[in-house]
Write a protein of this length. Sequence first.
Length: 475
Amino acid sequence: MQIDHLINGKPVAGRDYFQTVNPATQEVLAEVASGGEADVHAAVAAAKEAFPKWAGLPAPERAKLIRKLGDLIARNVPEIAQTETNDCGQVIAQTGKQLVPRAADNFYYFAEMCTRVDGHTYPTPTHLNYTLFHPVGVCALISPWNVPFMTATWKVAPCLAFGNTAVLKMSELSPLTAARLGELALEAGIPAGVLNLVHGYGKEAGEPLVAHPDVRAISFTGSTATGNRIVKSAGLKKFSMELGGKSPFVIFDDADLDRALDAAIFMIFSNNGERCTAGSRILVQQSIYADFAAKFAERAKRITVGDPLDEKTIVGPMISQAHLAKVRSYIELGPKEGATLLCGGLGAPELPDRVKKGNYVLPTVFADVDNRMKIAQDEIFGPVACLIPFKDEADAIRLANDIAYGLSSYVWTENIGKAHRVAAAVEAGMCFVNSQNVRDLRQPFGGTKASGTGREGGTWSYEVFCEPKNIAVSL
Ligand code: NAD
């Protein structure tokens, strides 16, 4: 299969092609156009030309097309989910039941929302002030390889719904489902040039895109290192930076331990542990630490590692051999830093024949982790849990915040006052109390500190995709 760029509604051949590989089997899935400056220029020019007409459509007409795109995704869930699973190794139980259906919901949600954009009024005795929310113009949308389809749609849906046009660049490791999104957008009747795709590597395709003078806003999801680079090189533009995380999952001794255990397992091992909001630092109160650690490791040992196309598989392959090597290097480091390996480690999981060559790692649990160890401070982005004991509420808050990141956080306690105090004190963009990460599309999604800046979701998406204007009329 060959995947080309999509520019102004037409497939555009690459000057060069790279291969995308199934991480479970190492089979080459497609030859993908490798974009550069010229492709970026053409895509931005197409988006710029399409902008006035698209922005000028009444919102209900844009909404109709956006909703239709949602319908086309909903109708094609099994096919898209299978492509996604093959391209990035996320297990089919997640892609088929959660992530691809959620992508359709993103379009339904923002189709509805764009018809309700309203302004504010600030009347004074001498002036009437009111605000308008204009679309921004051409937006650069850049996505990572983990949950790529859902992330792409989380950007494309509000971007287009609010009247902007887009150039989308997916990760070079997982470009296939977004290529399908481009086809479905045209099938839905979204005009040529409104959504353009340039494939390729960060340096060749990403850099010229974010630096392009006609790009007015950047919605980026990816690593903190890349986010920092983009902020420095892009110049004055609107930004939303959704970056890395190492989120604390705090369990007090008065928590509902069975539910906390289920949620803790889910938040570190689902999506192969390749999840920005993973609860990867599990802080457990000393009085229940030993018991919790034993139960947690027992559950982790029973996790099914295997073929991501098998509905029963919980942990599939890591995205690439390079990423596998990175995750393994942290598993090797843990005992050297003094952590106790409770399960997993560097051994090979038992695998069905079809996926024997895949990039697999065993779900791994480290106990007796000190929060200053590298395994606790660095984003491993794999199925590796760190169990860290704490003494009391103040100690839990101190450890939760002793980290560069601030994306998500989780607090488990039956004490309502303590829950609210810790939720308020933790330095993170999001805090889930007695819950795993459950999303409502209205809530502000995003992080603080090294996890980024800006929020997306609901009216928070105005921040990057709308330009507010105040109009003051003298009375
Ligand atoms: P990455 O930063 O390596 O790449 C992300 C995207 O940026 C890719 O499309 C890449 O090609 C592109 N890119 C690379 N260099 C660029 C440059 N100089 N200019 C423009 N674009 C460039 O990240 P990754 O390894 O693909 O993704 C994993 C990271 O993403 C993790 O850190 C994870 O936590 C983070 N993430 C964050 C969220 C969130 O919402 N906060 C969600 C998912 C993933």
